[in-house]
Design a protein around this ligand. Structure first.
Ligand code: AFD
Ligand code: MN
Length: 387
């Protein structure tokens, strides 16, 4: 089996984007729980996000959500983030919280509402021009709750037309990533429910349009790593939204529910050329820590990705390929599992310390006093949430 020292250089430069909304209050549709120290401003969210990168070196970008993170001067916000050692990443649009969009936005039968949703995305592109962001991420909460409610085919046609208008405004160095989700908030059909629909829609747009794969957006039992392999083979895997689930779109800490699945996903990412300095694939968290403290929840998440990446890099691919070609079923599986079963935590701790990072980022953050400080300082104001 490959040794940690043989793969440690490949861990350099791993970057996992953190979402601004993970630092605000969140919860389920039944209750949003507030917690002490929660940011009141976009700047405070960015300050918290910067802690994840400070203790792990894994999170150099924070993703914004518009209008949740709307400010008067995005160029100034970019400088604020850069002064804290991080940058502004993916810009997430939001056509799921305006009353006009109750029956659809980019798919709506009313051209006035479609135009309103398109204009929102054009404003997001303006933000990208100021923040230096590469990706415009579109997740559409569009669909229907009852058979007959909407013309599913007509909605696809209107979606294609709306996306084409948005895509035409994307800059040469920018991309559009279209995220799919199998259900919620619609329950009978969702207009972008699966990777195939996202693929068909982005393939019609052009090279700067790709698929965003949210690991929590699949029916139970879906082989997500197969989708990863397929989209990489098609050259259309734009980004990940990492999280984990037990039942639906739980948005839990990635790897917490099923570390083996995260390992298998990272193996296919590596096998398919989606990992490393030459890869254009964006790795982002999309999680909402609604009962645990937020910053350590994010630190735990990026460490889980790093750990499963290291284990996936340990797979002896030469021996695996030979076993596969020989039809050695148990031998091939054993080679695969050997890497997964390898505990790399001590090796990773040493690797971090060699680079001036704390060997145990969770313990280092807990000892830093940052959490206590923000809980003492952030009194008053309106805590950030999903708005
Ligand atoms: C919700 C959606 C989707 C999206 C995220 C940010 O389910 O995952 O990426 O909000 O807009 O979690
Ligand atoms: Mn997502």
């Amino acid at each position: 089996m490959t040794t940690f020292s043989a793969i440690s250089a490949q861990l350099e430069g791993q970057a996992i984007e953190v979402p601004s909304w993970a630092y605000g209050n969140s919860g389920t549709r039944f209750k949003v729980f507030g917690s002490a120290g929660t940011p009141r401003t976009v700047e405070e969210k960015i300050a918290d996000a910067a802690q994840v990168n400070r203790f792990t070196g894994l999170a150099p970008l924070v993703s914004l959500h518009i209008p949740w993170d709307q400010v008067d001067d995005f160029a100034a916000l970019r400088r604020y983030a850069e002064d804290l050692g991080i940058g502004l990443g993916t810009i997430n649009s939001n056509t799921f919280q305006d009353d006009d969009y109750k029956l659809g936005a980019l798919t709506h039968t009313d051209s006035r509402i479609r135009q309103k949703a398109i204009d929102h995305h054009l404003r997001c592109i303006d933000v990208m021009d100021q923040t230096g962001s590469r990706d415009l991420k579109i997740w559409l909460a569009e669909g229907t709750n009852y058979p007959g409610q909407g013309d599913m085919r007509g909605r696809q046609d209107r979606l294609a037309d709306s996306l084409a208008t948005i895509y035409a405004a994307i800059g040469d160095e920018q991309r559009l990533v279209l995220e799919y989700k199998f259900f919620e908030p619609s329950f009978y059909h969702t207009d972008v429910p699966d990777w195939g629909t996202s693929y068909v829609q982005v393939a019609a747009l052009g090279d700067k349009a790709l698929v965003c794969l949210d690991t929590g957006h699949h029916a139970p039992g879906t082989n997500i790593e197969f989708i990863v392999a397929q989209l990489l083979r098609l050259g259309k895997l734009g980004s990940f939204d990492f999280n984990s689930r037990f039942y639906a779109d739980d948005d839990l800490i990635v790897g917490a529910a099923d570390p083996f699945q995260l390992f298998r996903i990272m193996f296919e990412v590596i096998r398919g050329g989606g990992y490393g300095p030459d890869s254009e694939v964006a790795f982002m968290l999309d999680q909402c820590h609604n009962i645990e403290k937020k910053i350590p929840g994010q630190i735990r998440s990026v460490l889980n990705v790093q750990e499963m990446t290291a284990r996936a890099l340990l797979v002896d691919t030469a021996a695996l390929t030979k076993a596969q070609e020989d039809g050695d079923v148990l031998g091939a599986n054993a080679i695969f599992m050997d890497a997964f079963y390898t505990d790399v935590r001590a090796d990773l701790a040493g690797w971090r310390e060699e680079r001036g990072l704390p060997g145990d980022p969770m313990a280092a953050f807990a000892a830093s006093g940052y959490q206590e400080q923000i809980e003492a300082d952030r009194v008053g104001g309106t805590q950030a949430s999903w708005n």
